[in-house]
Design a protein around this ligand. Structure first.
Ligand SMILES: Nc1ncnc2c1ncn2[C@@H]1O[C@H](COP(=O)(O)OP(=O)(O)OP(=O)(O)O)[C@@H](O)[C@H]1O
Ligand SMILES: [Mg+2]
Length: 256
């Protein structure tokens, strides 16, 4: 009824927020918070990088989104609706996928069976989703019968990402996709993550390889002691003397 015209840039900018964490406090043990007021915004189609020292709470932050750690205060929203402490199966139904840092494949199952597990909520879509997944991870399509437990670390990581993609998520949470890989394979992993993101999946990636992460992400967050210490575009953070001094000095050079 109103004659409000389109083109309200401020409203649009606000509306495309997909995931938002506001002042999140969360922890595993009674009385001990690991996240101490963490904030994060991921907009539609963004690739967000999270870096920071060991133990800073990076994995915990992803787990707080995916309902795997007790959120004690603060707000977490998905497309504007609260998802605080919602369980993982509910989040999967809403289009959120999570690839954990470790133990992320079923080693006794074949690659194909691993992919099918990712689609348990919509098995009819198998052929269509497999086509998309193998457009990014072509090598897996040729080895569907191979047992996941017989794969290298990098190949397992691909299976884990592929399984997460089978459900056609709108948000992908990735915990250290390059961990344990040789430099060449790390580069490959980052290219795959970029490809997934370019296909339209809003992606939040935690990475130990801080430089490479900041090079490919749209925006990054430095997490320290459970709080976002710095936020900016990947480029800004890479060039920020404080971030370099505190977090990039030795990190990121390990890939050679
Ligand atoms: N299940 C758990 N129970 C109790 N404490 C935990 C649990 N998981 C993690 N923690 C603690 O939470 C803190 C943050 O851990 P987290 O795994 O989030 O850090 P991180 O930034 O991902 O570290 P890394 O770079 O080593 O992966 C650590 O002190 C850790 O010991
Ligand atoms: Mg971690």
């Amino acid at each position: 009824m109103s004659d409000t015209t389109s083109g309200n840039a401020a409203a649009t900018a606000h509306d495309d927020v997909v995931v938002e964490l506001t002042d999140v406090h969360a922890g595993y043990l009674p009385g001990v918070n690991i996240l101490n007021g963490a904030n994060l915004v991921a907009r539609q189609g963004e690739l967000i990088g999270i870096i920071g020292p060991n133990g800073a709470g990076k994995s915990t932050l992803l787990k707080s989104i995916f309902g795997l750690v007790n959120v004690r205060s603060g707000e977490i929203t998905l497309n504007g609706e609260s998802i605080v402490n919602l369980k993982a199966d509910k989040l999967v139904k809403r289009g959120v996928a999570f690839v954990p840092q470790t133990n992320n494949v079923f080693p006794s199952l074949s690659i194909e069976e691993n992919l099918q597990m990712g689609l348990y909520q919509n098995p009819k879509a198998y052929t269509e989703r497999l086509e998309f997944v193998t457009s990014i991870f072509a090598e897996l399509g040729k080895r569907l019968k191979q047992r996941a437990g017989s794969l290298s670390g990098g190949e397992r990581q691909m299976v884990a990402m592929s399984r997460a993609l089978m459900m056609d998520p709108s948000v992908l949470l990735l915990d250290e996709p390059s961990a344990g890989l040789s430099p060449v394979r790390q580069d490959d992993a980052f290219i795959r993550v970029s490809d997934i993101n370019k296909a339209g999946v809003t992606t939040i990636m935690v990475e130990q390889n801080a430089r490479r992460c900041l090079q490919i992400c749209d925006r990054g967050y430095v997490l320290d002691q459970g709080k976002d210490a710095y936020e900016g575009t990947g480029r800004d953070l890479l060039n920020d003397p404080k971030v370099i001094g505190l977090y990039l000095g030795t990190l990121g050079t390990d890939a050679g």
